[in-house]
Design a protein around this ligand. Sequence first.
Ligand code: AMP
Ligand code: GLY
Length: 421
Amino acid sequence: MRVLLIGSGGREHALAWALSRSKRLSKLFVAPGNGGTALVAENVALDIEDHTAVVAFCQRENIDLVVVGPEVPLVAGIADDLRAAGFAVFGPSKAAAQLEGSKAFTKSLCDEAGIPTAAYARFTALEPALAYVREQGAPIVIKADGLAAGKGVTVAATIPEAEAALEDCFSGAFGLAGAEVVIEECLVGEEASLFAVSDGEHILLLPAAQDHKRVGDKDTGPNTGGMGAYAPAPVMTPELIARSRREIIEPAIKGMAARGTPFSGVLFAGLMITEAGPKLIEFNTRFGDPECQVLMMLYESDLLDMLEAAAKGGLSAVEPRWREGVALTVVMAARGYPGAYEKGSEIKGVAGLDTDKVQVFHAGTEQDGGTLRANGGRVLNVTGYGAEVAEAQSHAYAAVDKIDWPEGFCRRDIGWRAVSR
Ligand code: AMP
Ligand code: GLY
């Protein structure tokens, strides 16, 4: 099969790496890709916002399957445009990607389908939102409705913080994404990421993972896209997985089908495990980054089989095999991230680290002749495998310590919740 993978993050390098091991793969393109995807596939400088150009590329290259990594092109309808031109796509339609593209849409589906989630109210103007926040009290959560590159959520510990977040949203800090605001009850518990691949009807659950959103050790400092992850996450016991499937995943997949907008692709449920059970924090309509990196490290079957079945139907026939044990990934980021950071620094010592126990997935890197350079905030995902979390962690950090990149940093405690269990 000839495959086009869209995206340029660590998630896409992990997907490209797993796809490149498929016996059924004859050619893999990644658009635009990064310094790591260049090692396992052919990067193509396509403008992915230009759907006509993407379709023309697929026609020219006789593409059999398009795999869409990130949410922005999905919410913009790239899957619809490709399907209209006759191509098979792993990733939801524009209508189904509203599960990520609009928090208000997801809340209304939760109401309709009885999915447990935080109590909420929606606002399109500042004054009533301020009044609501003052009445509810802190802590309270303020969310811009639309896509805001992971920056649209404020978990406000105090009323002034909540007021400032509302003022930001309504003064245009997130553009149109903040024209509507969802204000939520603050949930308390441990977070987990649950992934369900679907063809619109059938559901295949992947191992549950746990991300580390805060930039600093022991979960301090500002939120990021994710500083590290591991899977399987022991917080998700078999009982909690079964309950999350029954109460959250199945009603969502059934609800979307009943609305005439079936969801196909991978549904990512961000969960809070509260005293009352699992509650949905948010849906995403793509693999998590860096969660995907640990899932791919554990995936043993042919990834093309699963992605193709989700795209074309017939997922019930797919029975993936997973490696026993644990995978854990440490994100190395450019100093300053998630704030301002420099690009262009040289990274040494990455080549030759990959083994059965370690894979270095690239995110914001580029190959510059023979030199590897940082060109993003999150730059490398150093991924270890082991029988237990502690072993996966020690393999990952041993590899981190061999990388020579003074301009980078990482958290030193990825996996701490599982290790201290
Ligand atoms: P998001 O950008 O939607 O992934 O949210 C970022 C983070 O904010 C989540 O991973 C949670 O840690 C936190 N968060 C979002 N909604 C809530 C909520 N209702 N209660 C507590 N924390 C939340
Ligand atoms: N790691 C969380 C996300 O991909 O949104």
